[in-house]
Design a protein around this ligand. Structure first.
Ligand SMILES: [Zn+2]
Length: 397
């Protein structure tokens, strides 16, 4: 059921015990030597071994029964419009369904599927502010949707960005989906956005749907957005030499999306690894899109990159958690003191050929999800969308 009111953080003490594998989300240290998490009022207060922590008198006690816990997954690239409805495929419930794929935070790359989306400057600003407000006040299933991402249009001036930031807008939609498609104009506006604390991304590659356009490596590098949005195309990717040039010529985030070219995603991954810069890789779905909505899209990216890209599964999970959180300055995505108590409980799917969760993902199988928690509140039990997990956590208290 979608919640009608903002999901407040839990009040009280949440203890999670008997965690068999603690995935931190931190690519520098992806597996923690810990079996217990203590959360107070929706925030992680301590992580470690049960014997070393104060686990007494919990408000909620979850026994992981030896399964894995990972930070809630972050989808770095979605296109929400209105609550849990998308006009792109005329579906309802897609965000809540994605929670069943382990995603607890989504980042809008622009509310571009809005029928009749305003393109005039006052209209696009009002629309972005409205989207920011609406998704801050309404969390489908409890999922945090950070929205209100205007697509820049010719004629915008510095004052527009100052005004948007003052009104609470923190993101730009994909540069290139609006009327600004040239490098110099994009760079000027991206710099204004950055000056006022608004983070930016860009549509990389060929047109996604009729009405969008080509953005090649020269525009990407000149615009210098914080994230190179769907570097593997959405759907149509740039040629490999351009992808390599982007990877080598800047230090910005390299976003790989489900709704893109899988071969190009693997090429980018290999290039980033050669550069010793896997901390730049972040994951999105780019849904809803022409290819539909992808409730398991982030898990599918993790399994695809791990199995075909030869990346240890514990690192691939960091692409969808800590890497994104760091790049986007979020207070989630890591299992560490002070971070939001957003978790997904995982185990290998029943009858996977893998020896354990990490081995099964490395073999290309999707994990099973047994529970999700956002801000210290249990949001779902066993996922209705993943294959069933071998172990399922239990709410003891
Ligand atoms: Zn795009």
């Amino acid at each position: 059921m979608a919640e009608q009111i903002p999901a407040a953080a839990a009040s009280g003490k949440l203890v999670i015990r008997n965690v068999g594998l603690m995935l931190s989300g931190d690519i520098a240290c992806p597996i923690l030597d810990a079996d217990t998490i203590v959360c107070i009022d929706g925030r992680i207060a301590a992580v470690g071994r049960a014997a070393d922590l104060d686990t007494g008198r919990p408000t909620t006690l979850i026994d992981a029964h030896g399964g894995a816990v990972c930070p809630g997954l972050i989808d770095s690239h979605v296109h929400p419009v209105a609550g849990d409805w998308t006009p792109r495929q005329n579906q309802i419930g897609w965000i809540e369904s994605t929670l069943h794929g382990g995603v607890t935070t989504m980042i809008s790359a622009g509310e571009v599927h809005m029928p009749g989306r305003p393109r005039d400057i006052v209209g696009l600003k009002a629309f972005a502010i409205s989207a920011q407000r609406a998704f801050a006040a309404f969390r489908p299933g409890g999922v945090k949707v950070i929205a209100g991402a205007p697509c820049i249009e010719p004629g915008m001036v510095e004052e527009d960005f100052r005004e948007l930031a003052a009104a609470g807008v923190t993101l730009l939609g994909e540069v290139g989906l609006g009327g600004v498609k040239d490098g110099p104009s994009a760079r000027r506006m991206v710099e204004w956005a950055r000056k006022y604390g608004i983070r930016s991304t860009i549509h990389t590659g060929g047109p996604s749907i009729p009405g969008s356009g080509l953005i090649d490596k020269d525009v990407v590098l000149e615009a210098d957005t914080d994230v190179v949005g769907h570097i593997n195309g959405g759907h149509t990717a740039l040629p490999d030499d351009q992808l390599r040039c982007i990877c080598e010529s800047c230090t910005r985030g390299l976003e790989l999306v489900h709704n893109g070219n899988e071969r190009s995603a693997l090429f980018t991954l290999r290039t980033a690894r050669e550069l010793g810069q896997l901390e730049r890789i972040i994951l999105g779905t780019d849904g809803p899109a022409g290819s539909g909505v992808q409730p398991l899209g982030i898990l599918r990216m993790v399994a695809m990159l791990s199995s075909l890209g030869d990346v240890p599964a514990e690192l691939a999970f960091c692409f969808a958690t800590g890497n994104t959180a760091r790049m986007r300055a979020l207070d989630c995505g890591l299992i560490a003191e002070g971070y939001a108590a957003d978790f997904v409980f995982l185990d290998k799917a029943q009858h996977s050929g893998g020896r354990n969760l990490l081995d099964s993902v490395r073999l290309g199988d999707l994990p099973g999800i047994g529970m999700t928690v956002i801000d210290g509140i249990v949001r779902t039990g066993r996922s209705r969308n993943t294959p069933p997990a071998e172990t399922i956590p239990e709410i003891v208290v």
